[in-house]
Design a binder for this molecule. Structure first.
Ligand code: 0WD
Length: 268
């Protein structure tokens, strides 16, 4: 019997088949989970690109719930959780795999980020975890689990990651405060810090290709991670196998984060 047999959850953040949320979803599905999904609202209802892309992926795995959701809108979040209650009943897990920064602010120096860019980046990339967790608290069963995605740029300076690094630092701190507050209700929350993977979001980050190459030569395992690596650990953290883990930032990065200097065989 699969680890998620008879379990239900909500997944935020599948944009396409390269999305990290999709890698984790596939593992959850293999273990028997029933899931609801959200996609960014389509601007043109005549050509619902986002909805179609998501539908193509999740219909074949038996998704019963697919809804538009812009995390900047409370009414969207309320509608998603109300529909989840109706369709899926009390939830076992919630996956938050969302981040955004306006491109000019992301590419520019952190010192020069605009006020609006800062607020938008923080709202979508950090506040969304708080607002989703606040609602999830009402819908998760005791023993329920929340997972968010982060990156080493929240702990150390990664050139090119800029304002998103500041967001990830705030996200990781939020995970700890939320773990403290939700723990008494029997709810766990963790972050998974993934190595660099080629996705829609990461294509906007400067020097990301350089980072991917660097992992191949400088990570202890001398390779970058795969979506499969991240999918497996994401599923584990949401599962009952991780029943004693909360407030943690689990690195799935071939060990890259432990290095303080490149190995001797790497040319600098
Ligand atoms: O190397 C990477 N790709 C890494 C990503 C390494 C470590 C961490 N991460 C993180 C990201 O920062 C993010 O938190 O993983 C998470 C997922 O990112 P992803 O899978 O790399 O990127 P993507 O497939 O683009 O999914 C992020 C999604 C959005 O995609 P687009 O590309 O359409 O912006 O976040 C969602 C959206 O589906 N999103 C929103 N959802 C609701 N409301 C919003 C919003 N306002 N904005 C973005």
């Amino acid at each position: 019997m699969g680890l998620f047999e008879g379990k239900t959850g909500l997944v935020f953040g599948i944009a396409n088949d390269h999305s990290i949320a999709w890698a984790i979803t596939q593992k959850l599905h293999e273990e028997g989970a029933t899931m609801g999904f959200t996609h960014l609202p389509d601007k043109d209802p005549e050509r619902p690109r986002m909805e179609r892309r998501l539908r193509k992926l999740v219909e074949p795995i038996g998704a019963t719930l697919m809804m538009p959701c812009d995390v900047q809108k409370d009414e969207d979040l309320d509608a998603v959780f109300a529909a989840a209650r109706e369709e899926l009943g009390p939830l076992d897990f919630v996956l938050h795999s969302i981040a955004y920064a306006p491109i000019d602010d992301l590419k520019g120096q952190t010192v020069a980020v605009s006020r609006d860019g800062f607020l938008t980046s923080m709202e979508i990339s950090v506040y969304s975890l708080l607002s989703i967790s606040c609602r999830a608290r009402e819908h998760l069963k005791p023993g329920g689990s929340i997972l968010t995605l982060t990156y080493l740029g929240g702990e150390k300076v990664i050139p090119g990651y800029n304002i998103m690094g500041v967001c990830k630092a705030a996200l990781e701190s939020s995970v700890q405060y939320l773990a403290h507050e939700l723990g008494p209700d029997g709810i766990r929350i963790n972050a998974l810090s993934a190595g660099p993977l080629k996705t829609l979001s990461s294509s906007a980050v400067g020097d990301f290709e350089v980072m991917m190459k660097l992992y191949n030569s400088a990570a202890p395992m001398r390779r970058n991670v795969s979506p499969e690596d991240v999918g497996k650990t994401g599923m584990f953290l949401l599962s009952d196998l991780a029943s004693g883990i909360t407030g943690e930032n689990v690195h799935v990065d071939s060990g890259f984060h432990i290095m303080g200097a490149p190995p001797a065989d790497v040319e600098v």
